[in-house]
Design a protein around this ligand. Structure first.
Ligand SMILES: [Zn+2]
Length: 219
């Protein structure tokens, strides 16, 4: 993919996250990877009005390759995900529901709905560390083992995916799941799906190509 196309995608994803209410003002950051280059949102920029030209391009070691604005302070977190996992995009937000639950849940957001299996099931909570530090990046990268999303204690949420659109979709899915859990917790103790129930969902999804449109068959 052309790096300028990727910069457009990162800017569009930032605006979409702002429009969906997952990011407020300058809080949150998005990146996408094309080979050895990463297009990443700049620090201190309003995500609701971000343009492709505002998006900075860095190498996987963090060296700035293009752009006029300094990259997000969470650059170590983004680059760490690319180095450790097979990610094409990373989204980090302070989304309201996810952040609220990340102030209460200690270990994980239980897998209370089968749609959460798209995120790897239960969503782990990474321990609190100061924003923008290598310690935060290390804690979150460890939490992401076997998962594509995590909550960050007293901070927010992160999701990675094959491309920018999918990473935004995962962030929206995580925020929705946090809302489901939050509402359920108001009226009782949310019940998690068992490991067997989760395996059955994965099996059924594979058998039925769940989530993709299908042509009606002629009778
Ligand atoms: Zn943050």
């Amino acid at each position: 993919m052309e790096i300028d196309t990727l910069r457009e995608q990162v800017a569009a994803a930032s605006r979409r996250l702002a429009a969906e209410g997952l990011v407020l003002g300058t809080a949150g950051n998005v990146s996408g990877r094309a080979g050895e280059q990463v297009a990443i949102t700049p620090t201190g920029a309003e995500l609701a009005s971000l343009e492709a030209g505002d998006v900075t391009v860095v190498a996987l070691n963090g060296a700035v390759l293009a752009g006029t604005l300094a990259p997000t302070s969470e650059i170590d977190l983004h680059l760490g995900v690319y180095r450790r996992y097979d990610a094409g995009a990373v989204v980090h937000t302070h989304a309201p529901m996810a952040t609220a639950l990340a102030c209460v849940l200690e270990d994980e957001l239980p897998c209370v709905h089968y749609a959460m299996l798209a995120l790897g099931g239960a969503v782990p909570v990474a321990p609190y560390r100061t924003f923008g530090t290598p310690e935060l990046a290390d804690a979150v990268l460890d939490a992401l083992e076997g998962k594509t999303a995590a909550l960050m204690a007293n901070h927010g949420a992160i999701a990675w995916a094959a491309d920018v659109d999918k990473a935004v979709d995962s962030s929206l899915l995580l925020e929705w799941a946090c809302g489901v859990y939050w509402r359920a917790a108001q009226i009782g103790t949310p019940q998690a799906l068992t490991a067997e129930q989760q395996q059955d969902v994965v099996r059924a999804a594979i058998e039925r190509s769940y989530g993709t449109p299908k042509q009606l068959e002629d009778e």
